[in-house]
Structures are given as structure tokens and as C-alpha cells.
Design a protein around this ligand. Structure first.
Ligand code: KG4
Ligand code: ZN
Length: 330
């Protein structure tokens, strides 16, 4: 079964063709980061307009790269949420129009679930459920148990900023550009001997996260509230350590609580090598993660997720789908 996956929930326009939920035939992503950079974050109106311009050429390129024509495609899948309403509307309406014109079923996909399914695109990946999922992106930080295909139960989430959002905001404070995650990771590597330690958040919910306090502390540090500001690479390193430590600590605690067979890391922040290493070292079971280009938003994860929704959950395809900007995981 060949599925065309379409992704427009934030600032990446993505389309991909995936066979039987596992085989990547093409994956085309056009990022708008250069347009949003000067604002230090994604501007929703700009994002929607860009998706409108980019989406049809991106779909064309994905079909060409997969050596497919529309006749070879069996299903169209599209992200319906969570995400920016205007951006989601572009993807959903284009997907509806294509499915109608090509006479194909249309499957609606939850973006957070799709991030988890990026792991299914890794060669040799062998799912062992129940698994613990950590979805860390620009908009979300979610810890959930995946009991089966499409069956997620939430353990905790961020009570304020998402992990990726904190990376982006701190990068802006440090003048490192957008998106902040890769910029902070690169800057932190320049720190010869890390000595700075940022305060950690204490939370009531055992599996919840909070990142806005660390961000505020960095802002105060840079303003000189605690004396002469440390070098940028030192702050970047200390910030990355604080976020990674918070994530790893909760994952380890959740593993003890839930007795899972595997950890599935997903979302843009999962591209962070420091997070991957720390988790692999401290987690009590095997940790899986997709390659960096499948951690950040893409259409392939949407197509992979749709395959399992159709085959394992017998989801009914329908043209009657609408955007759901506030969808959750589980
Ligand atoms: O999943 P994603 O592409 O979009 C959303 O669904 O939000 O995630 C984007 C986020 C951004 O906040 C970006 O700064 C972060 O992922 N990110 C990283 C890295 N690469 C991307 N954060 C930390 N380290 C990285 N290497
Ligand atoms: Zn995402």
C-alpha cells in the first residue's frame, strides 16, 4: 500500500510516499525557518501563506522522487492537528481536493502520533509494546505509554513552554538565531569545561515538565542580574544540560512506574545528540530514535502512521475531515 503523507502543521511543508508503513520511497520537506528567523519564532500568517505556495510543488517533487504518478498512490494522509490553524487548513484542504480528484481514501492524522511513527521508518526497527514515548517538539513535550497502535495514554506533559520552544526562546536571548535547538547544540559543543549550573524546576506532577523558569533565569543572567554574564557557549551548555536532565529524569522515573519494553523518542528535539546519549546511558531499556531529518516535521511520519491506522485500527477513510488545532496525544 503506497500512502502519500502531507504535513503542514507548523513551518515545514512536507510530502512523502511510504510503502506499507515502513519503506520510505520519498520524503520532501521545505522549511520556512529562514523567513521566521528574524522574528525569533514562527509567525502564523506567514507560515500559512508559505504553505499555500510551497505545498503543490512539494507534493509533485515527492511523487517524482518516489517514481510514482497519482495512479500508483492508494491513500492520501494528512495532519489535522495539533498545530497552527491556518497552516493545518492549507494541508487539509489540499489533501481533500487531491483525494477527491484522484478518487482515493483520505486519512486524518494526529501530528503527535505521527512523530512517534517516525521510528517505524528506521530500517530494522522492531516495535515492542507497551513502549514509553517521549515526544519533544517546538509545540509539545509529552510523556505517554503506547499500549498498541493508536492507543496512547498520557503520563505527563509540560505545564508551560515546550522543550523545543524553550530552545528557540533561549537561542533568541543568546542571539543564536532560529531554530534554536541546532544552534544551541552547536554552541554548547564550544564550551571547553562546563561549570555553570542552572536551577531545576520542582513540580507536583511526577511526570510533568516546566521549562519557562530556566528560560527566565537565562534572560536574567544575560541582563547581568547575577554579575557579569558568563560566555554564551557556557550558558548554551548549561541550558542544554538542564533541559536534557529534566527529560531524562522523568523518562527513567516513568520506566520504573510503567514497566515498558522500549522507549520511543520523537519530535524535533529528539534530534539532539546530547539527549540521545544521556537517555541511552541512563534508561533501563532500549531507546529508539529516528534520524534527525525524520525527527523534525515531515510527511513520511504522517504516511507511516496512516498505514497502521488503516490496517490495525480499521480507521474509516472519509473526505469529511476537519482541522483540530488542539488535538492531544492519548
Ligand atoms: O517537531 P518539530 O519539527 O516541530 C514541531 O512539531 O514543533 O520540532 C521543532 C523543534 C524546534 O523548537 C527546534 O528548535 C527543535 O525542534 N530542535 C532541536 C534540535 N533540532 C530541532 N532541539 C534541540 N536540539 C536539536 N538538535
Ligand atoms: Zn512536529
Amino acid at each position: 500500500m503506497k500512502i502519500l503523507g502531507i504535513e503542514t502543521s507548523c513551518d515545514e511543508t512536507g510530502a512523502a510516499v511510504v510503502e506499507d508503513g515502513r519503506v520510505l520511497l520519498s520524503n520532501v520537506v521545505v522549511s520556512q525557518a529562514h523567513l521566521h528567523g528574524r522574528y525569533g519564532g514562527v509567525v502564523p500568517e506567514v507560515a500559512a501563506r508559505q504553505h499555500l505556495e510551497a505545498l503543490l510543488p512539494v507534493i509533485d517533487a515527492a511523487l517524482r522522487e518516489a517514481r510514482c504518478t497519482p495512479k500508483d498512490i492508494d491513500v492520501v494522509a494528512v495532519t489535522i492537528g495539533p498545530g497552527l490553524p491556518g497552516s493545518l487548513l492549507v494541508g487539509v484542504n489540499v489533501a481533500k481536493a487531491l483525494a477527491y480528484t484522484w478518487g482515493l481514501p483520505l486519512v486524518a492524522i494526529n501530528h503527535l502520533e505521527a512523530h512517534v511513527y517516525a521510528n517505524w521508518l528506521v530500517e530494522g526497527f522492531s516495535p515492542q509494546l507497551p513502549a514509553l514515548c517521549l515526544v519533544v517538539s517546538g509545540g509539545h513535550t509529552e510523556l505517554a505509554i503506547m499500549e498498541g497502535h493508536g492507543r496512547f495514554s498520557s503520563l505527563g506533559r509540560t505545564v508551560d513552554d515546550a522543550a523545543g520552544e524553550a530552545f528557540d526562546k533561549v537561542a533568541r536571548i543568546l542571539g543564536l538565531g532560529f531554530p534554536g535547538g541546532p544552534a544551541i547544540e552547536a554552541k554548547a559543543k564550544e564550551c571547553p569545561s562546563p561549570s555553570l549550573r542552572l536551577p531545576r524546576a520542582r513540580l507536583k506532577g511526577p511526570f510533568d515538565f516546566s521549562f519557562s523558569g530556566i528560560k527566565t533565569h537565562v534572560a536574567r543572567l544575560v541582563q547581568g542580574a547575577y554579575g557579569p554574564p558568563p560566555p554564551v557557549e557556557e550558558i548554551a551548555c548549561a541550558f542544554q544540560d538542564a533541559v536534557v536532565e529534566a527529560l531524562v529524569e522523568k523518562v527513567v522515573k516513568a520506566c520504573r512506574h510503567a514497566d515498558v519494553a522500549q522507549i520511543l523518542l520523537a519530535g524535533g528535539v529528539a534530534a539532539n545528540a546530547h539527549l540521545r546519549q544521556a537517555l541511552a546511558q541512563r534508561a533501563p531499556c532500549h531507546v529508539c530514535w529516528p534520524p534527525a531529518n525524520l525527527c523534525t516535521d515531515n510527511g513520511a511520519m504522517v504516511a507511516a502512521c496512516a498505514y497502521y491506522r488503516l490496517t490495525e485500527l480499521a480507521d474509516k477513510a472519509s473526505l469529511d475531515v476537519d482541522v483540530q488545532p488542539s488535538l492531544m496525544l492519548g
